[in-house]
Design a protein around this ligand. Structure first.
Ligand SMILES: [Fe+2]
Length: 394
């Protein structure tokens, strides 16, 4: 167990069917990649900002050259809600695309997957987030990220905000057939967007390693992702034109995405869901606030894994106890968050101590799937202590 995985008593499966084209300039391969698909009607899914960029124009030109009919859905805002999803469903059920290309950040890619599924599954879109089965696989999905972080380019997951609550849909029908990851496309992302998305990738890697369902394949991917994120996130934030840093961060997002779609995520994501929407905090910033505290909380339950995480982050834990190693991990994370200007306590968000109990209840009632994946199962009192630490800081 010292290597972080019980080789004698655990079996696991690993599946990731997405073809990946990665590298600076890889968008130039899109025309050849499109020839592998048989389609006449294509749909581009994006947001209002990205749809005005030259990168979008380039993708549009490639796709329109490869088909007879091109339609566009460019209404995917950050943190999209059910009204946008309903509009998308109406759009695709009428236009019936034969391929869907999502270009943008996590939400645009998430919605490109939903566009595919909803074009052939005709029940109320909200019902699929409430347990209704997706019975038919839709047209192929191509993802082209313009921001490194969510890993959505390779996951079978889509998230929507429903009455202020984030709901996630996991389904094999949502796996992209192809991801074209050209780090050059992320160079125009603002420092704040780079920070929030990039720290999300770092947290995906950390949580995938801590997850009770981690395995040797996912650990290989997420420890590499963790190292890349620690090496390149601050550089990409400080100098958006640093292509090596952009490529490192894009690789971190991709590798962490492949890892966590297999293992699931644990406590930091669940905790973040209890205040992100209320505080209008970008997804990554809300998760990173919780992650250092959870790393310390989990350390005694996963001593071997904690050392592996520290080592992947470039931290020497020789002679340190598991708790000390947990503090070292937290300290490195706070250092990165300092550079990126990210909030480090719930007090920084203006949250009152009196609100913490209701957040714990929200976590246990609505986001328990993240608690289940956590290697140390917290009692309600322990969660309240954790939230108190997050409120006051270390
Ligand atoms: Fe995330």
């Amino acid at each position: 167990m010292s290597n972080g995985f019980d080789l004698l008593n655990r079996a696991f499966t690993f599946y990731c069917p997405t073809r990946i084209v990665f590298g600076i300039g890889s968008l130039s391969r899109l025309p050849d990649e499109l020839k592998k698909f048989n389609f006449k009607k294509a749909l581009l899914v994006s947001g209002p900002r990205v749809s005005k960029t030259k990168e979008y124009a380039l993708v549009k030109e490639c796709v329109s050259c490869a088909c007879a009919e091109l339609s566009e859905f460019t209404m995917v805002e950050a943190e999209p809600d059910m009204s946008i999803l309903n509009s998308l469903a109406g759009f695709v059920r009428k236009s019936q695309p034969e391929i869907v290309v999502g270009i943008g950040g996590g939400s645009s890619m998430d919605f490109s997957k939903l566009a595919s599924a909803l074009s052939v599954n005709e029940k109320d879109p909200a019902s699929y987030f409430g347990g209704e089965k997706i019975t038919k696989k839709g047209p192929p999905i191509i993802t082209i990220p313009t921001l490194a972080g969510t890993g959505s380019e390779v996951t079978p997951i889509s998230v929507v905000v429903d009455n202020g609550v984030k709901r996630a849909l996991f389904n094999h029908a949502l796996y992209p057939a192809l991801a074209v990851v050209d780090p050059r496309l992320s160079c125009s992302a603002s420092p704040d967007a780079t920070a929030s998305a990039g720290i999300d990738a770092l947290c995906h890697a950390l949580e995938s390693m801590m997850s009770v369902d981690s395995n040797p394949i996912s650990d290989s991917l997420s420890s590499k992702a963790l190292g890349l994120a620690c090496a390149y996130l601050e550089r990409a934030y400080c100098n958006g034109g640093d292509l090596e840093a952009r490529a490192g961060l894009s690789a971190a997002s991709l590798l962490a995405g492949i890892a966590f779609q297999a293992t699931g995520l644990c406590l930091p994501h669940g905790i973040a869901y209890t205040y992100a929407t209320k505080c209008s905090l970008p997804h990554g910033s809300s998760v990173s606030l919780a992650a250092p505290y959870v790393a310390i909380f989990n350390a005694p339950a996963i001593p071997g894994k904690t050392r592996l995480i520290a080592s992947a982050m470039g931290i020497d834990t020789c002679g340190a106890s598991p708790i000390e190693a947990g503090f070292e991990i937290a300290s490195r994370m706070f250092e990165i968050m300092d550079t990126l200007g990210l909030p480090q306590t719930l007090e920084d968000l203006g949250i009152n101590e009196s609100e913490l109990e209701s957040m714990v209840d929200d976590l246990l009632a609505n986001h328990y799937r993240f608690v289940e994946k956590n290697p140390r199962k917290p009692s309600r009192d322990e969660l309240l202590d954790l939230y108190m630490d997050m409120h006051e800081g270390l």
